[in-house]
Design a protein around this ligand. Sequence first.
Ligand SMILES: NC(=O)c1ccc[n+]([C@@H]2O[C@H](COP(=O)([O-])OP(=O)(O)OC[C@H]3O[C@@H](n4cnc5c(N)ncnc54)[C@H](OP(=O)(O)O)[C@@H]3O)[C@@H](O)[C@H]2O)c1
Length: 226
Amino acid sequence: MSLPYLFINAAMSADGKIASRLREQFKLSGEEDFARVDRLRAESDAIMVGVGTLLADNPSLTVKSEKLREARRRKGLQENPARIVVDSRARTPPDADLLKKGSGERIIITSRAADKDKIERLRERATIITAGERRVDLRKAVEELERLGYHRIMVEGGATLNWSLIEEGLISEIYTFISNQIIGGATAPTLVDGTGYTTPEETTKLKLESIEPLDKGILLKWQIQR
Ligand SMILES: NC(=O)c1ccc[n+]([C@@H]2O[C@H](COP(=O)([O-])OP(=O)(O)OC[C@H]3O[C@@H](n4cnc5c(N)ncnc54)[C@H](OP(=O)(O)O)[C@@H]3O)[C@@H](O)[C@H]2O)c1
């Protein structure tokens, strides 16, 4: 079964944190990086986040530039890529900004453990994909996304979803904007949390593709080595 092309984009502090110790959104990027992220979104078929990010930040994940939205329309595409939430128990609030703001498809990926009433409420605003028993089976889910025509998927976090996708070998590339700030805090999420590896042999190996000064930080582009 073929898989879509998945890449992660994240902004992190110089000490690797992607949010504050209160796990709240943190302004890390400047104008140039925001514009770069907007272009990446506009070039993708879908944007994926974990329900942790949705609950913490309530993002809309829309394309912000009118020019980029117009360019998508001219290609016969929706203004915004499909927006996908990985949400085993259907905890996505039906009034989440992602479900309300901007045109385009919405997809909630749940497991069989999700409450049926919650699913029915979400079905009014989103396509529901069920994959996995208690937790979303990410491989099955992305196979289904590929089948539905979503070939290029941008993952915008958070830390737990990033870990699972990397561990499952589903990510091909990682873009990290590293800001000139130190956030600190043992409870602040990092680029990749989850269980983590214990030995150097187990680690996911990366190949550096490019380094670019951007805003007051740097942009790194990594390829995952298989
Ligand atoms: N700086 C940045 O670029 C950036 C970007 C995004 C987010 N963030 C920050 O990241 C934080 C959120 O990260 P997070 O780690 O708490 O949440 P997350 O990674 O966004 O979502 C994790 C949740 O997804 C659900 N999930 C379902 N199936 C899964 C699977 N197979 N593997 C992993 N997760 C699965 C789980 O909840 P269920 O079991 O209930 O489904 C899990 O708790 C926030 O503080 C946010 O501000 C920063």
